[in-house]
Write a protein that binds this ligand. Structure first.
Ligand code: HEM
Ligand code: RET
Length: 480
């Protein structure tokens, strides 16, 4: 197998997927990368990715990924393997049923409208706002409501629980990129301040989750509702409520692990998608105009309803293309449990593999002008939405195979609602005085210096009211 001998200095200080892309152009679709005793197999080919994620999925575990995420997710759905994963996937997937996802759409609109009050303040003051931070808070508010019916309200205030969630997220990023797993040294959490803070944050968030679990258990005991498929309570439509009402017999530690997994998986990812979409729109005013045209014609100031989501095709395609250029996370991690064969190369059991989604998404062999933002590359708007199946594993924004994201539909709807509403009401332009945006990585791709943008309210006086009648009527006028 081609072997890239890395000099650690080439990698330190830049997001790992960037040097991996350069090496891919030199060494090709499969190569080994070694640093001293550490060695990884880097995969940048759709057929190989399909083999790992789908055809031979049995031969792989999450390996390093579960080691990185163990402290916060334990045996939650992302790091879990084997029988635990199978049982948890079977229990959790039904909670994100069609009716549930549909019922969340209204809440997405409410949260985006609530975010409007922050944007209005910045529009008035003329001071630029870090939109990465804004989207992160919006994502946290949404996922808190969706997973355990908790209102973080992080868009308008800070509290110790919100800070603790951020401490945990930063620790995930830190562990994703640290060269040595120093946190495994026994007792380190009492000595290293960073690890001490992480333990404290973990205790606080666990306490909060335990409180929410207890509260929801009481609700389930009190309520007199029959549990069935597509169970959804108007009073508390959360995933937690579904799981408790289902009578699923699991330990409270496992339940907490799953909640924490969804809190983290559903928060940073969508926030990053919205951040990079807005970044791309700032450089592609024609696409920003296309979203506005679509939203003006369909919604006006109305919050999108479920039926509108099918019609917001331009907005959706722009998000699809942003996820191609900035996949979250940029690499998928696996460990081979058995030997596996990739053409003439054997990957021995025990190998750590990185599927570089970044490389797949930017491969010159797979995409025309791969580095260009071209939302119409996915074909006609009335065609299928691109995913790993339509693109035969060359496009993996949500992974693929049996470990594919369970929140994909939820996340796309969330991003479409937020983007449509914000683009209708505001104009955004980069504050160049704050330096270049830059990229850094942990688990998802972050900016280096924030996505600092000037926000202006759009002048809607000359914009005619919506001409296209929406099939569904969504109650309430956002931003009215
Ligand atoms: C798995 C991406 C939103 C829950 C994954 C994977 C990817 C991904 C790439 C596969 C990981 C792997 O194969 O190692 C995203 C992106 C999102 C998003 C880009 C937003 C734009 C969400 C949301 C939730 C969620 C909102 C929860 C409500 C999960 C879970 C898994 C997962 C539980 C693990 C599934 C399993 O292993 O069986 N996600 N995700 N994600 N995601 Fe998402
Ligand atoms: C998230 C949620 C979505 C699914 C997965 C996650 C974790 C990814 C990690 C990635 C590490 C990436 C690295 C990139 C280097 O360039 C984002 C928590 C799987 C930990 C090391």
């Amino acid at each position: 197998m081609p072997e890239a001998r890395g000099d650690i200095r080439e990698i330190v200080g830049q997001p790992v997927f960037v040097p991996l892309y350069k090496l891919f152009l030199v060494y090709g679709k499969i190569f080994r990368l070694s640093f001293g005793p550490k060695s990884f197999v880097i995969i940048s080919d759709p057929a190989y990715a399909k083999q790992i994620l789908l055809t031979n999925a049995d031969k792989y575990s999450k390996g390093l990924l579960s080691e990185i995420l163990d402290f916060v997710m334990g045996t939650g759905l992302i790091p879990a393997d084997g029988e635990i994963w199978k049982a948890r996937r079977r229990a959790v997937v039904p909670a994100l049923h069609r009716k549930y996802v549909m019922s969340m759409v209204d809440m997405f609109g409410d949260c985006a409208a609530h975010g409007g009050s922050t944007l209005d303040k910045y529009a008035t003051s003329g001071v630029s706002l870090d939109m990465e931070n804004f989207f992160s808070r919006l994502g946290l508010d949404i996922i808190g409501k969706a997973v355990f019916n908790y209102d973080f309200d992080s868009l308008t205030h800070d509290d110790p629980v919100i800070q603790a969630v951020y401490t945990l997220l930063r620790e995930v990023e830190h562990r994703s990129t640290a060269p040595i797993a120093y946190w495994n040294i026994p007792g380190i959490q009492f000595v290293v301040p960073r690890q001490k803070r992480c333990q404290e944050a973990l205790l606080l968030v666990n306490e909060c989750l335990d409180g929410l679990i207890d509260k929801c258990k009481k609700l389930v005991e009190e309520e007199d509702v029959e549990f069935g498929e597509e169970f959804l309570s108007e009073r508390d439509p959360s995933i937690l409520h579904f799981l408790l009402a289902s009578g699923d017999e699991i330990s409270s530690k496992q339940l907490r692990d799953d909640l924490m997994t969804m809190l983290i998986a559903g928060h940073e990812t969508t926030a990053a998608v919205l951040t990079w979409t807005l970044y791309l729109l700032a450089q592609h005013p024609e696409s920003a105009a296309a979203i506005r045209k679509e939203v003006d014609a369909l919604l006006g100031d109305r919050k999108p309803g479920v039926e509108d989501l099918k019609a917001l095709k331009v907005t959706t395609r722009i998000i699809n293309e942003a996820m191609r250029l900035y996949p979250q996370p940029p690499v998928l991690i696996r460990r081979a449990l058995q030997d596996d064969q990739f053409d003439q190369y054997t990957v021995p059991a025990g190998s750590d593999l990185f599927i570089s989604v970044w490389n797949l998404h930017r491969s010159p062999k797979l995409w025309d002008e791969p580095d260009k933002f071209k939302p119409d590359r996915f074909g006609p708007l009335d065609g299928p939405m691109p995913n790993e199946v339509t693109e035969n594993f060359a496009y993996l924004p949500f992974g693929g195979g049996r470990r594919k994201c369970i929140g994909d539909q939820f996340a796309i709807f969330e991003a479409v609602v937020a983007l449509a509403m914000l683009m209708r009401r505001y104009e955004f332009s980069l504050d160049e005085s704050k330096g270049t945006v830059g990229m850094t990585t942990g688990a998802t791709i972050h900016t280096t210096n924030g996505l600092n943008m000037f926000v202006r309210r759009r002048d809607l006086s000359a914009v005619p009211p919506p001409s296209r009648a929406a099939d569904a009527v969504s109650a309430g006028y956002a931003f009215a």
